[in-house]
Structures are given as structure tokens and as C-alpha cells.
Design a protein around this ligand. Structure first.
Ligand code: X5A
Ligand code: ZN
Length: 651
């Protein structure tokens, strides 16, 4: 039978039956006025077009989308959430839709959202069912909106329904499919918080997520994605998180995690089927992810999973926001599913030191549940961490001996974990980064501070790096760790105020902002640090908790000219940060004075209440008081009332 059927298939078809699902109706979910947004319809169009022009879809079984039935969605989501998503696109919601979306975290909604959400969930069910039945060997569902952030009662992070979780429950509940154990691999650059919660206590589902975490500061910005989150009750040990400590992770880092965590555990778990939350936002070139997995890397990751569950694998698209990157990555994955190209070999790069550290803590945390993780990772392997691109560096410090350069890098540059040898993306980024740094390291500026940075020990963490006592944050520091050359206090006619509800660093309570416009009756005390323009860039980066890769400066010499001319400049690359506006406050001994704060549109939002004004927490206020007192500016009493006034006077 089997042979006859294979022979009768057209010769251009693959010997492997691979399903591919695309449906234009999922493009009808977009921002209300079609404003630009990374999660837009062109994402799935781009992938589909690429697979067609590469002749891939022609070798697959093309399926069209089907809406999910409520009863399946209800296995993951609450009734009120399902009711909301079912009805949100109907006319009766026209006047409320935008308001509802704005109350959710990173969600937009329009007339096409309902249908797209039902189609995305239904499509993953559809392909999963066919793979489970053996009608297909494997499949890729090119769906949107994505799903892995969606929780029981909450749409978030561009996700409405949790497509992969819904399909997983479908498979487990349809007993005659014989699927009793499912491995979910979530390689989207963000943590799959919704999926994790769905199967938290469920030992039938092994949920594995590798994601940027950065100690809880990367989206979704909490501790759910920590390696300590291993599941509970009967599900203990069946939830595995691999949280990156930094961006820029690439093929070598992912492959190390596969080889030393995922693959051994998958062997021991022996799944009946594998579902991949296949976001491609860890791909090189992604504007949100800041990682550099290549199409070849994705192919390797997928190839290694094909040895399990008799190759029964379903990929469901999650994130991924660079159209070229996601198309090329998806194409590489399809070639693996079709099994027509052999992918072997290894990358030349080594994993980060932090990658080995994370691998070790994850293995430690889970070894009680998975005996294959019990052995120590050989030190010989661990010592293979990203070597330094000596040749590139020699260009900028030509008379040094190679060893000196190496030493210099270990001490000064390595802590930022940015230097790696690799193909295209990394080396290029780094050599560029080396040259802007040396250019800006000769230019001094005064960095004028008005918040917690007025307390010198706190500010020094932005230069030296490390963890401030009582602060929930690890600072990466600046590459150039020289202390400020001079410290000076000055008064400026600007308004100090406190806003926003809470911060990771300080917990509940507002933080300091400076009104970017001056006004004669206002007074602010500022502590000025004379640092280099290079250091100022590293401070800007840290103050805005940005994922910007620093291969070029945030604020360069042109920006400096521009800010002197215009008074302030908004930094596009960190526009989501709270201190993205650089304000020029004049000159002091021929050196420009710069500060960073919110911009005028933020001031409007503070005034209207859209963003709350908020008194500072005690800890935070105390830090400011300490700064003012130790800096010799005010007595403690004066400092306390200065802060109090700034915190209570209306804007
Ligand atoms: C599916 C996905 C990302 C949400 C980021 C929100 N979501 N800032 O990649
Ligand atoms: Zn993502």
C-alpha cells in the first residue's frame, strides 16, 4: 500500500509527507488604522511567498485554515476570555475595542482579530491532528496572531489564544490518537509564559523554553521564565526554562543547550509527538530579539529533534519580526522537514561563558528529575567559550603584543560579553563597535544627574558594573571603567518630578524625571559627572534597559552637535526606555552638559494621567537624600523637603 501510494505521488513531491498551512484570512488582524507594528500581516505573507518561490510549498501538502471550536479553546482559556475574543471584532465592540486593547499588555485589536485568532488556533489543531494520525509526517502552520504569551484569562504580548497549548490539549484529549506524551519546544526569543502556566502541573507535557531573560528585565519582564520554575505537583520536573543572561546568543549557544539539556531529556522523556513554538525572533537581524541564530542554526536545532517521536513534529509560528530573517529561517526548517538536504557540521563559534553557566544551573536544578542531567559538564567543554577576535582588535591598537591585547580585552571589554568570533553578524558588529568606542572615548561631557545617580556609589555601578545593595538589578557597567574625572553640583531652572508606578530596580513608587523645558521659577539640584561620551552611551543604554546591540553608538558626535542646536534629541533606538530624551543644559568650562529624561509627549501623558505621577519609594527617596547630603548640597532636612515638594507639586 505504502509503496504504491508513494510511487503515485508526483515526482516533485517529497518522499516525506510534509504539511504546510497558510491562509490569507489571518492577515485581516492588524492595527486599527494600520499603523506600523512589528506583528503585522506581512510576516506570514513573506514566509509564504518565500516558500512558494523556493518551490517548497509545491513539495508539501498545502492545507487551509480552520476555525477552532470553542470546546477546544476552553481547555486552555476561561469562558470570559473566549467570549471576549469571539465577539471583540463585532460591531457592538466598535466604540470599546481600542480601549479594551489599550488596557491589555502589548495587544491591538480590529475587525479581523476574532477570526484570525480562531483560525490560528484551529490551524495548529488541524495540522497536529493530521500528523498525529500519520496522514502527514510533519507540518508547519504559518499562523498569526501568535500564541505562547496568552494565558488562561489574558491576551498579551501580541497573542490572543495560545495556539500551541490548545493543540496540545486537543491531542491529549482525543484518546484514539494515541498521543500521551508531548514535548513542547519553545524557541521564540521570549518566554512562553502562557504555555508554561497551562501545563504547570501536567506531567504529560514537557515544556521547554529557551529565551532572553536578563534576570527578569526582558519581556514579559518577570520571574516566570527563571530556571527555578520547574513545574509543580505531578508536573514537577516537566517544565524547563533556559534563561539567557544577555542578548547576542547565537547558533553555538543554542546548540550547546540542545546538546547538554534538551536532547538528553527528550531521549529520556521519549515523547509521542513534538510541537514547536517556532518564533523566529532569536534570528539574526530581528529588531526585537537581539540574538543571532542563523537559518543554518535553526535547521540544526530542528534536525536534532527529528530523531524523536518518529519525526512527528509540528511547527507553529510564534514571533519573529524581520521579514527576511523569518522567511529564510522558515525555509531552512522546511528543508529539514522535507529531509532533502543533509544538515551536519558545527559552527565555528563557541558559546558564551554565561551560556555554560546557565546550562550548569539548569542541569543542577533538574537532575533530580532527569538522571541524564546528573553528570557534570566536562570542564574541557566549558573552557571552550567565545575566543577573542585578536586580529580585529589589533587594527585599533597596532603596537600591542597579542597577549597584551588579550589581557586588555579580558579585563576591560569582556565583561560586557559582546566580543565573539563568528560569521557575518558578530564580527562586523564588533569591529564597528570597537571603532566608535575609541572615537568617543576622547570626548568629555558632563552627565548631569537629578535622580538616584546623584548618590555617587549608585552612579558608579553604571560605570563599574555589579549589583547595588538593596537594588534588584545587575548593572553591566560601562566598557571603560575609569571613574568620573570630576564631580560638580549645579542648580538649573528645570522642574523635578516623580512618575511611573514601579521599577524593577526600586520596586513600588515613582522615579525621578526632569521636565525637558526650563522655567524660571523651577529649581533642580544636579550632580554633574565628567565622563567620556563613550561612557555616556553605556549609561544611556543601561538607564533605558535597552536591548539595542551597541554596535553603533546611541548618541554620537552628530547627535552632540544636534542637541546643542536644538536643545534636546529623542533617541529612536531606545524610544521605549524612560530616559530616551537627551537634553542639553549648556556648557561648563567648554564641556557640554547633558542629561537624560522623558520627552515632551511623556509630559503630556503624565499631565493627563495616562502615565501616573507617583511619589518615590522610601528607598529611592533616601538615595536621593543621601546624594544631596553627601554631595554637600543640602542638610538632611532640606533634602527631605526638597524631594517631598517635587513629589507633591502638580506638574
Ligand atoms: C510572540 C512575541 C513579543 C511581545 C513583545 C512585547 N511576542 N513587547 O514574540
Ligand atoms: Zn517572541
Amino acid at each position: 500500500m505504502e509503496a504504491v501510494e508513494t510511487a503515485s505521488r508526483s515526482t516533485s513531491r517529497s518522499l516525506r509527507r510534509v504539511g504546510i498551512l497558510y491562509d490569507e484570512r489571518m492577515c485581516r488582524h492588524h492595527t486599527p488604522d494600520d499603523e506600523p507594528h512589528p506583528e503585522n500581516p506581512n510576516r506570514i505573507r513573506a514566509i509564504w511567498n518565500k516558500l512558494q518561490s523556493a518551490g517548497i510549498s509545491q513539495r508539501c501538502e498545502v492545507l487551509s485554515a480552520k476555525e477552532a471550536e470553542d470546546k477546544y479553546i476552553l481547555s486552555v482559556h476561561g469562558k470570559s476570555h473566549v467570549d471576549l475574543i469571539r465577539n471583540i471584532s463585532s460591531q457592538q465592540y466598535n466604540s470599546r475595542r481600542n480601549r479594551i486593547a489599550s488596557k491589555l499588555n502589548s495587544i491591538y485589536l480590529n475587525e479581523g482579530s476574532s477570526e484570525a485568532a480562531y483560525l490560528a488556533a484551529g490551524s495548529v489543531i488541524e495540522v497536529a491532528k493530521r500528523v498525529a494520525k500519520g496522514e502527514l509526517d510533519s507540518a508547519f502552520a504559518i499562523v498569526r496572531p501568535p500564541g505562547h504569551h496568552a494565558e488562561h484569562d489574558e491576551a498579551m504580548g501580541f497573542c490572543l489564544f495560545n495556539n500551541v497549548a490548545i493543540a496540545t490539549n486537543f491531542l491529549l484529549n482525543e484518546k484514539e490518537l494515541g498521543i500521551n506524551k508531548i514535548l513542547i519546544v519553545d524557541w521564540d526569543v521570549h518566554h512562553g509564559n502562557g504555555t508554561q502556566k497551562t501545563f504547570w502541573k501536567d506531567p504529560r507535557v514537557l515544556f521547554f523554553s529557551v529565551h532572553r531573560h536578563e534576570f527578569g528585565s526582558f519581556y514579559p519582564s518577570n520571574d516566570d521564565g527563571d530556571y527555578t520554575m520547574i513545574g509543580e505537583g505531578p508536573g514537577a520536573g516537566y517544565n524547563i526554562n533556559v534563561p539567557w543572561e544577555n542578548g547576542r546568543c547565537g547558533d553555538a549557544d543554542y546548540l550547546a543547550v540542545w546538546d547538554h539539556i534538551l536532547i538528553p531529556v527528550a531521549k529520556q522523556f521519549n515523547p509521542d509527538m513534538i510541537l514547536i513554538s517556532a518564533g523566529f525572533d532569536a534570528a539574526v537581524g530581528d529588531p526585537l530579539g537581539g540574538c543571532c541564530v542563523t537559518p543554518y542554526g535553526y535547521a540544526m536545532l530542528l534536525r536534532k529533534l527529528m530523531d524523536f517521536a518518529r519525526g512527528k513534529i509540528v511547527l507553529a509560528l510564534e514571533g519573529g519580526y524581520n521579514l527576511a530573517s523569518i522567511s529564510n529561517s522558515a525555509l531552512a526548517c522546511m528543508e529539514v522537514l522535507l529531509d532533502e538536504k543533509i544538515v551536519t557540521g558545527s559552527t565555528e563559534a563557541y558559546p558564551f561563558e554565561s551560556t555554560w553557566r546557565v546550562i550548569q544551573v539548569v542541569r543542577q536544578e533538574l537532575k533530580a528529575f532527569w538522571s541524564v542531567l546528573a553528570d557534570e559538564v566536562p570542564t574541557k567543554l566549558i573552557s571552550q567559550k567565545a575566543p577573542i577576535p585578536v586580529k580585529k582588535i589589533l587594527i585599533s591598537s597596532c603596537d600591542s603584543e597579542a597577549e597584551d591585547v588579550e589581557e586588555l580585552l579580558q579585563e576591560v571589554i569582556r565583561p560586557l560579553s559582546t566580543l565573539r568570533v563568528d560569521e557575518d553578524c558578530r564580527v562586523l558588529a564588533e569591529s564597528a563597535s570597537v571603532s566608535w568606542r575609541s572615537d568617543l572615548s576622547n570626548i568629555d561631557i558632563w552627565y548631569a544627574t537629578f535622580g538616584s545617580n546623584m548618590w555617587k556609589p549608585r552612579f558608579l555601578f553604571y560605570i563599574e558594573g555589579g549589583q547595588v545593595d538593596g537594588m534588584q538589578k545587575l548593572c553591566s557597567g560601562s566598557m571603560d571603567k575609569r571613574p568620573p574625572k570630576e564631580i560638580l553640583w549645579k542648580i538649573f531652572p528645570h522642574r523635578l518630578f516623580f512618575g511611573r508606578e514601579s521599577t524593577r530596580t526600586w520596586g513600588l513608587g515613582g522615579v525621578a524625571f526632569l521636565h525637558p523645558e526650563s522655567k524660571n521659577e523651577d529649581i533642580v539640584h544636579m550632580c554633574l559627572y565628567r565622563i567620556t561620551l563613550e561612557q555616556f552611551n553605556d549609561v544611556l543604554h543601561q538607564e533605558n534597559i535597552s536591548s539595542y546591540d551597541m554596535s553603533s553608538p546611541l548618541f554620537d558626535l552628530t547627535s552632540l552637535d544636534c542637541v546643542k542646536e536644538k536643545g534636546s534629541i529623542n533617541l529612536e533606538a531606545v524610544k521605549k526606555g524612560w530616559y530616551h530624551n537627551v537634553v542639553y543644559l549648556g556648557m561648563e568650562r567648554d564641556i557640554p552638559i547633558l542629561t537624560m529624561t522623558c520627552d515632551l509627549s511623556d509630559i503630556e501623558n503624565f499631565k493627563s494621567g495616562k502615565v501616573p505621577l507617583h511619589a518615590p519609594s522610601e528607598d529611592y527617596a533616601n538615595t536621593l537624600v543621601k546624594g544631596l547630603v553627601e554631595g554637600g548640597q543640602l542638610s538632611e532636612e532640606e533634602a527631605v523637603s526638597y524631594i517631598k515638594e517635587a513629589a507633591t507639586k502638580p506638574l
